[in-house]
Design a protein around this ligand. Sequence first.
Ligand code: G3I
Length: 447
Amino acid sequence: MRSLRTGLSLTSLVAGLALLLTAPAAHAADTPLRDLGTAKGKVIGTAVTGSKLTGAYGDIAGAQFSSLTPGNAMKWGSVEPTQGSFNWTEADQIVAFAQAHNQQVRGHTLVWHSQNPSWLTNGSWTSAQLGTLLQNHISTEVGRYKGKLAAWDVVNEPFNEDGTYRSTLWYNGLGADYIANALTWARAADPAAKLYINDYNVEGVNAKSTALYNLVKSLKERGVPIDGVGLQAHLILGQVPSTLQQNIQRFADLGVDVAITELDIRMTLPSDSAELAQQKADYKAVTAACVAVARCVNLTVWGFTDSDSWVESTFPGQGAATPYDANYAPKPAYYGIAEALGGTSTPPPTGACGASYSVGSQWNTGFTGTVTISCSGASLSSWKVTWTYGAGQRITQAWNAGCTQSGAAVTCVNASYNGTVPDGGSVSFGFNASWSGSNPVPTVTLG
Ligand code: G3I
């Protein structure tokens, strides 16, 4: 009995040690994005392809996200390729997966100028026929998922860049009120689903987003059911609009929810560490803007892995737009989202050594912190870790490192005896510091 207990504890000790050594290089932040989001009152979503929801793709989709959007499966061309003949297979599969993983589903999309079946786009319809077709489509699809979906992108991409209405099958055949009618029909088919208008290039304050703003305002004044606006956010590296938060806020002030519905941030290929670092900053900025406005309720990425993104086929030479690489390893962008949601783990953003910062015990005026430098596939003979405190914290004492603080900027270098971090190993140092008001975790940089 006694030797059995000893054997078990040795085994678990060895297992625990192995996990500690490999974890920093191998995997994502300690707390999944969906849980970080919950703590901030945000739903964190991804677009998915139903047929891929197994293996690593399914594991990540289920573990990290609290909302799924079918990337293509609920579009008219997917569900009714032949008039009167429906195919719900992939859409049903995604809804079932979401239910099994305690996730919301955002329905996408009911009224769009693209990805419609050819029988619809090639037909010649009177205005009355077109209206009936649209009403039946909405009643059928929304009705099928009644009570199961959190939200619908009812109308997708109704505007031109200058804020005029886009010339489409729907606008040309039915006039601008196709939007109000679609919303009304969707509400009738599922009173519980939140109803959205969704568009791209409406993230900042500009002519197009102002047209959307004016439309939502007038729909609300008319009593048309509209619950939210979707800002797609297909962005270009380094070009997060400076007015993003202000724009989210003005919609919130109109009395509607806001969702970031299709976030991706594309760059010139091949990606390099500077681009990936900029992408992290961009993802963090978008997430922070959503976190800053209570009515920004959902932040969804348009595919979580670079292997499942529309970007490379649409913009030749551009890509790497999502938070995970094509082999399902989290990129710096992943940690940008995590940090903006209050995540505390900062593993290697690039390269094979990295530093992470954690707060140990904390009392009313002070706290103890630990920084761990870990390497996998590389080693160090000396190290320097820097960070900037965001809320006036001050280091009072450090051990196993030499730390100096100038204003908010902290620099810590190795002691004479612990500069070496071997491949697969780690070194930690500790410190005491003062705080008041709040004690946010800073981003630490190894270098
Ligand atoms: O399913 C067929 C497959 O059978 C065929 O072999 C293959 C050959 O090209 O095409 C496959 O269909 C593609 C489909 O995605 C599924 O992968 C279409 O060609 C392709 O055009 C389609 O692209 C989709 C795009 O919308 C169409 O505009 C993207 O996956 C989808 O991510 C994208 O999503 C849109 C949002 O709905 C609205 N906002 C913009 C966003 C990006 O374009």
